[in-house]
Write a protein that binds this ligand. Structure first.
Ligand SMILES: Nc1ncnc2c1ncn2[C@@H]1O[C@H](COP(=O)(O)OP(=O)(O)OP(=O)(O)O)[C@@H](O)[C@H]1O
Length: 433
């Protein structure tokens, strides 16, 4: 890789490029991807986004982020791209904020001799069936599950367990995760999932799905860094049969015993999976007094959770993750004792966004405690009921000293934001004709 170089001018423009590069392999599309690049720049490292299609991330152009177009699903193409960049300036780290590219980033980091999680561990973890088997074998609580590759096998597995959750073995953002109440629904949904040959990133699907016992207890996540539980988060999901995350409260307000149960289970899960490097996002549901793991993501949480943790606890998990990738010590210590809540805007019916969104945004922003109100869609866009994270329309973040105040302010804020949803496209069409 050669010795560190002095600052130089970037070929692609006249931005100043620092002596070392942080390679970002693709990005998530909702929030933290942008923050990784910003934190890197704050640490005097130049972020470079490696992507098949950088246009997927509008923030890259908005922030003037350097991008390299490369087939990120091909390890050798990534290696060659890293080699070309290393000829310009030393590569100091490799990271991703995208669930889908954690194994690719880990493998590239390892090949370059840079810090990162075990590529084998993250690959196994990303396959929810494999993850379930490892956790069950290690005695970590998980819902009852069956791995199947035909709709008939899904029906057989569901027969004694109804209602069941039927879901892909790989995925993110609750895509394809559905509660099925009878065997016809199981057959229909399992058949639809198995018929899809590629996921939403265009990657081939494995031809297996999970049929799981439905846990009805409250849902939480524990944000783990290394093998330390940093913070526990209360999660809210929208109406069944989908499981769209519609809000988070940070930190969760819990009795000490329950907090301990969640934290210990999350750390045992991370350890059993051979993770323990950088951030992991562990989702759990209660089954009586016992915490059971819904999923371990071998990456930083999405859904703006890192931003809530920063606002409530003064812990910057994105910065910690970037520091870890650069091989620098990162100790996420709590520095604040506030509360932060987010509520996502969703709708239960077809509609359209108003031509002027500023009124609703201003009203939401004016709710005491609200620190951020955002809409993700343009005026006049059609909207409809949410089945996965992509159908969320915006969010409101509120902070306060007490949990109920932060949650109440976020609820009031998102209710104000809902004023942006107007008549259905059909009504509008009729009105226009
Ligand atoms: N066995 C189960 N019992 C109860 N709820 C479940 C179960 N499996 C999944 N869910 C619900 O569905 C949501 C999404 O499931 P899961 O985490 O497996 O999918 P995902 O696509 O990886 O979602 P995300 O990226 O949001 O974590 C969970 O947060 C939980 O609310």
């Amino acid at each position: 890789m050669g010795a560190p170089r002095l600052r130089r001018r970037d070929d692609a423009g006249d931005r100043v490029v620092s002596g070392r590069l942080l390679l970002l392999v693709e990005s998530n599309t909702t929030g933290t991807g942008r923050l990784f690049a910003r934190r890197a720049a704050e640490l005097d490292v130049t972020p470079v986004l490696l992507s098949k299609d950088p246009a997927r991330y509008p923030y890259a152009a908005e922030d003037g982020l350097r991008t390299v177009v490369v087939d990120t699903s091909d390890a050798d193409r990534l290696w060659e791209a890293a080699g070309r960049l290393a000829a310009e300036a030393p590569v100091a780290g490799v990271l991703t904020s995208s669930e889908y590219y954690v194994p690719a980033a880990a493998a590239l980091a390892s090949r370059l001799g840079l810090p990162g999680p075990s590529a084998d561990a993250v690959r196994a973890c990303r396959d929810k069936a494999e993850q379930r088997r490892i956790l069950a074998a290690a005695g970590v609580g998980v819902p009852g599950f069956a791995v199947v590759s035909t709709a008939d096998a899904a029906v057989s597995a569901a027969a004694t367990r109804l209602p069941v959750v039927v879901k892909p073995v790989q995925g993110s953002g609750s895509l394809g995760v559905r509660l099925c109440s009878d065997l016809d629904e199981v057959a229909g949904h399992a058949g639809a999932l198995l018929a899809a040959t590629t996921n939403e990133r265009g990657v081939a699907t494995p031809g297996r799905i999970l049929v799981e016992e439905y846990l009805t207890g409250a849902e939480f996540s524990v944000e783990v860094f290394g093998t330390e539980a940093v913070v526990t988060v209360t999660k809210h999901v929208g109406p069944l049969p989908a499981f769209v995350e519609v809000g988070h409260d940070v930190p969760a307000a819990l009795p000490a015993g329950l907090e301990r149960e969640l934290r210990q289970t999350a750390v045992r899960a991370v350890t059993a999976l051979g993770l323990g490097w950088g951030a992991a996002h562990v989702e759990l549901r209660l089954d009586g007094p016992v915490a059971k793991v819904i999923e371990v993501n071998p990456r930083l949480a999405g859904g703006m959770i890192p931003e809530l943790v920063r606002r409530a606890c003064g812990i910057d998990l994105v910065r910690a993750q970037v520091l870890a990738a650069l091989g620098r010590a990162a100790h996420p210590e709590r520095a604040l004792y506030g509360r932060a809540s987010i509520r996502f805007l969703t709708t239960d019916r077809d509609g359209i966004l108003a031509p002027d969104l500023t009124v609703s945004l201003t009203r939401a922003g004016a709710v005491p405690g609200v620190v951020e109100a955002v809409l993700y869609r343009a005026p006049g866009e059609p909207v409809g009921p949410a089945t996965d994270f992509r159908d969320r329309l915006g969010h409101v973040i509120a902070v306060a000293d007490h949990p109920a105040e932060a949650a109440g302010a976020a609820d009031r804020g998102v209710a104000a934001l809902a004023g942006a949803i107007a008549a259905t496209p059909l009504d509008r069409q009729e009105a226009l004709t």
